[in-house]
Design a protein around this ligand. Sequence first.
Ligand SMILES: Cc1ncc(C[n+]2csc(CCOP(=O)(O)OP(=O)(O)O)c2C)c(N)n1
Ligand SMILES: [Mg+2]
Length: 215
Amino acid sequence: MALGLKKNGAKNVAFTYTGDGGTSQGDFYEGMNFAGAFKAPAVFYSQNNGYAISVPRHVQTAAPTLAQKAVAVGIPGVQVDGMDALAVYAVSKAARDFAVAGNGPVFIETLTYRFGPHTLSGDDPKRYRTAEEEEEWHAKDPLTRMRLFLTDKGLWSEEQESAWEEEVNAQIDAAMQEVESAPKQKVSEYLKDTFIDTPAVIQEQIDKFVAKEEN
Ligand SMILES: Cc1ncc(C[n+]2csc(CCOP(=O)(O)OP(=O)(O)O)c2C)c(N)n1
Ligand SMILES: [Mg+2]
């Protein structure tokens, strides 16, 4: 994408995100190396939350930081407090401007945490993280920090927050009601919606489901 933007002369940038786990894969290096060699307007992001599912960061790599991986491919690598929304914004904006100006890609490592499991299908962080560690990170919760920051500036208050919460909850309730009262989609219908020119193998399935649905 980034190379395409450059070839088209667009003043745009491609942002791409991976976890810390992704940085231990070959494609990560290849992508950064290629983008660096061609000075593509790309910003590579790694949300380093310290774990690839259950594998701690220090077991994944002997490198003391992920940001330094940028050095090997000759592009800037930056480490930022990923729990500080304003710091993340400042670094992202600088990286974006750098890339759009034709200087090539930037790699950003955000130091953050995952407040929960990797997925809801079987991962239990209690098996590999301590309660003390979780507590330490909860104290750095970016939402709490942003709320404090805005409140200190007189831009946000408890009253505004409860009013806003009520409004959003009402929106969610209305959306849930709408979804729940929608007619159930037929399998044949979504198969029909998948392709403009339906391949024979899908057409066979459509016919099969239409026959079933008519019964
Ligand atoms: C190519 C490939 N290898 C392995 C996996 C299995 N896998 C799924 S998620 C994951 C770890 C991802 O780590 P991270 O991005 O740090 O996610 P987090 O645990 O922080 O949510 C692995 C190894 C995969 N999906 N794809
Ligand atoms: Mg991770």
